[in-house]
Design a binder for this molecule. Structure first.
Ligand code: SF4
Length: 399
């Protein structure tokens, strides 16, 4: 519990186990979808796709089987809010899955749990068993004739790329975790070729509250385009690291104040795949329309070497690229080489500009989210911290 530093008024508002399931089962599937649409809930994993749209596509699909998958492969550096949600509030997540199963017509939900979270498995299994005992899972759930639904936990394979939904599905099917070509999308051809909804842990937790308290209630929080609240995993140079629930639209400067950060030089918003934001932009708002994030906030004070931070991120992406597509496989290595050139003072501005162009090409030409987002740190750090980076070698740059 000590990891949760601030309970907000949305996700951590009052909730009783099974509440969303019991209410949902009194409603039609269409009404649930309309409620979800009214909430304007967007996926909390980072991509921000409207949750109602995903559910509607799968609900409308004609198929023998459908699936709801909870993406608990929380691998983004600096993110730990899903772990805390699962440990402290599993009822919100699992109830959201049951509601999804009822709404889209699935009989099975799967939690894809990050390999490093294997220590949680026993307690989560125990929680699922208690739900079965209370008939919130199993056959004829809560007395609803014909609604059978269960949840299984499957362990992740330890690769960062498996957080990408198609790589996750490949991994679940027993294959190497590599992204699929899209289309088709998982909502049409997902797990075992069946229509599949893949939702983040926090998204499913939000669903439970929306069902109980209404979409209109949910969308009163946050901003017009970023409704509700967000869980932020805050780490780095601050007095009070931990998980915070804050409304979307909170300024970075406000967050820094709340978490007790001093002498902050930069904030990495969105983890290694996000953007490095300098002091001059701390009035930006955390929201889908401005500084978007899946929840990772890493704070760096004035003592930190920004080039070392960037090198750490690029080494991570070189390691984690699955190697399937050229822009990502070669691109990340080239960007890392560029960081090393900067470290050694052996670079030209023209070449560094070319590397930024390469990064922009990777953003559009890579096959999956890993390669599309891995250049973000490189580009944002080169653009926002020019004076530090290009003077870091006492001016002996250029060759
Ligand atoms: S973008 Fe990177 S991780 Fe994704 S498929 Fe291409 S090589 Fe693999």
């Amino acid at each position: 519990m000590e990891k949760i530093k601030r309970n907000g008024t949305v996700l951590f508002s009052e909730y009783s186990r099974g509440e969303a399931v019991k209410k949902a089962l009194t409603q039609s599937r269409e009404d649930i979808l309309l409620e979800l649409r009214e909430s304007k809930l967007k996926g909390r994993g980072g991509a921000g796709f409207p949750t109602a749209t995903k559910w509607m596509i799968v609900a409308a699909a004609q198929a023998e089987e459908k699936f709801i998958i909870c993406n608990a492969d929380e691998g983004e550096p600096g993110t730990f809010k899903d772990r805390v949600l699962l440990l402290e509030y599993p009822e919100l997540v699992f109830d959201g899955m049951v509601v999804a199963g009822y709404t889209i017509g699935a009989k099975m939900g799967i939690v894809y749990l990050r390999a490093e979270y294997s220590y949680m498995r026993a307690s989560l299994e125990g929680f699922l068993e208690s739900m079965r005992n209370d008939n919130i899972l199993g056959k004829n759930i809560c007395g609803k004739e014909g609604f059978d639904f269960d949840i299984m936990i499957r362990m992740g394979s330890g690769a960062y790329v498996c957080g990408e939904e198609t790589a996750l599905i490949e991994s679940l099917e027993g294959n190497r975790g590599e992204a699929r070509n899209r289309p088709p999308y998982p909502v049409n051809t997902g797990f075992l070729g069946r229509p599949t909804v893949v939702n983040n842990v926090e998204t499913l937790a939000a669903v439970s509250h929306i069902i109980v308290k209404s979409g209109a209630w949910f969308q009163k929080h946050g901003t017009d385009k970023s409704t509700g609240s967000k869980l932020f995993s805050v780490s780095g140079d601050c007095a009070k690291p931990g998980v915070y629930e804050l409304p979307w639209g909170t300024k970075i400067s406000e967050l820094l104040e709340i978490v007790g950060a001093k002498d902050t030089k930069a904030v990495q918003v969105g983890g290694a795949s996000g953007f490095c934001i300098p002091k001059s932009q701390f009035d930006r708002k955390l929201s889908y329309e401005d500084a978007a994030t899946g929840g990772s906030i890493i704070i760096f004070n004035e003592s930190r070497d920004i080039l070392k931070i960037l090198k750490n991120f690029m080494e991570f992406f070189v390691e984690e690229s699955c190697g399937q597509c050229t822009p990502c496989r070669i691109g990340n290595s080239k960007l890392l080489e560029g960081v090393e050139m900067l470290e050694n003072g052996k670079y030209t501005f023209a070449y560094m500009n070319k590397l930024k162009d390469l990064g922009r090409t990777m953003q559009v030409a890579s096959k999956c989210g890993l390669g599309q987002s891995s250049p973000n740190s490189f580009i944002s750090i080169l653009e926002n911290f020019k004076s530090e980076i290009f003077n870091s070698n006492g001016g002996k740059n250029g060759f």
